[in-house]
Design a protein around this ligand. Structure first.
Ligand SMILES: [Zn+2]
Length: 340
């Protein structure tokens, strides 16, 4: 962001806390917030920067008195969020949020993005679209909810395309979808596979054939389900992946979820067979170290067991944590992979 030095200097002279810039003093090598209580520098010695990073990159260090690199309190963020949430019926300009927070619009924007990964405007749009509201209602904290609504590292496009993943969630209960299925006994229990014309969309393990089929009906109550013996090959292919068979390219997947869920599922497929990761390790690998809980939730939402190997995620101590299809099966899968 370009800073007009003349305007900035005027704001600095009045020690305007909401100036929306940092100033650095060449003679001391230090940069400050505009309202720092340090001695007023000479105009000729001052440079202005839009961000802490830019000031640092230019070789300046943060002032110890006004601490320009200090993160702003969570209380301010809560106030901004509450204001957005209260006025969903209209556009809330950044300047207004700035007044609510007692900060410059620039700082509001920067802080919001830094903490939540989205701009205040994007946050408002997601709330209006309802995608955030449902996650928040379920009790997710805001950061997790933002990720689950499909944001999170919007700077990086997700790599789902190469897996044949299609964006968008399954519409309510699979409405309008035709899903063929096949059930078979495997070393890991009864397995049911469900596939759309695009690929495998459901793979579950259960104690009985009826239970396995029931899981499919429960996940897609609105879809048209049809038994398809031709899909038994998918069961065999899935079982072979545990023994180390390469399936890439042969096993089409129809995974649908938020961009973030797709990234997590993709990361699961990248864990080598026989190895495990903790949720926090997986979060770090995704470049989202703060999103451990959102990663865990995305793993729990996996619809394609075994092939998208959520069983390779364990607790930090290596303890087996939960598994949608039974802890005993998780254990068996991991042991089989180590043997293979
Ligand atoms: Zn200072």
């Amino acid at each position: 962001m370009a800073i007009d030095p003349e305007t900035a200097w005027q704001k600095l002279e009045s020690r305007d806390a909401e100036g929306g810039f940092f100033y650095a003093v060449m003679t001391t090598g230090v940069f400050c917030r505009p309202d720092c209580r340090s001695r007023m520098p000479l105009r000729a010695n001052v440079r202005f920067f839009g961000t802490v990073d830019e000031a640092r990159a230019a070789g300046f260090r943060a002032c110890l008195r006004c601490k320009p690199d200090r993160a702003l309190g969570a209380g301010v963020l809560d106030r901004i969020r509450a204001h957005i949430e209260k006025h969903l019926d209209r556009a809330v300009p950044l300047a207004e949020l700035g007044r609510v927070a007692g900060l410059s619009p620039f700082t509001v924007q920067r802080m919001f993005k830094q903490k939540l990964g989205v701009s205040p405007l994007q946050y408002q749009r997601a709330l209006r679209a309802g995608s955030l509201r449902s996650a928040l209602k379920k009790g997710a904290n805001v950061t997790d909810a933002v990720y689950e609504a499909g944001f999170g590292s919007s700077s990086r496009a997700y790599e789902g395309a190469q897996l044949g993943m299609t964006p968008g969630r399954f519409a309510q209960g699979g409405k309008g979808e035709r899903i063929g299925f096949s059930t078979a006994r495997t070393p890991f229990g009864w397995m049911v596979v469900g596939a759309t014309e695009r690929g495998l969309c459901w793979l579950a393990l259960a104690g009985t054939a009826a239970e396995a089929e029931g899981s499919l009906r429960e996940e897609f109550p609105e879809a048209t389900l049809r038994k398809d013996p031709a899909l038994s090959g998918l069961v065999e292919a899935a079982v072979r992946t545990v023994a180390g068979a390469e399936t890439d390219g042969k096993l089409a997947l129809d995974l649908r979820g938020t961009a973030f869920q797709l990234r997590v599922w993709q990361a699961l497929r990248a864990i080598p067979r026989g190895e495990t990761r903790s949720y926090s390790e997986l979060a770090r690998e995704l470049g989202e170290p703060k999103a451990t809980r959102a990663v865990a939730r995305a793993c729990a939402m996996n619809r394609v067991a075994v092939v998208v190997p959520c069983h390779r995620v364990v607790g930090v101590s290596g303890a087996l944590t939960g598994y949608r299809w039974g802890m005993e099966r998780k254990k068996m899968l991991l042991e089989a992979e180590k043997r293979g």
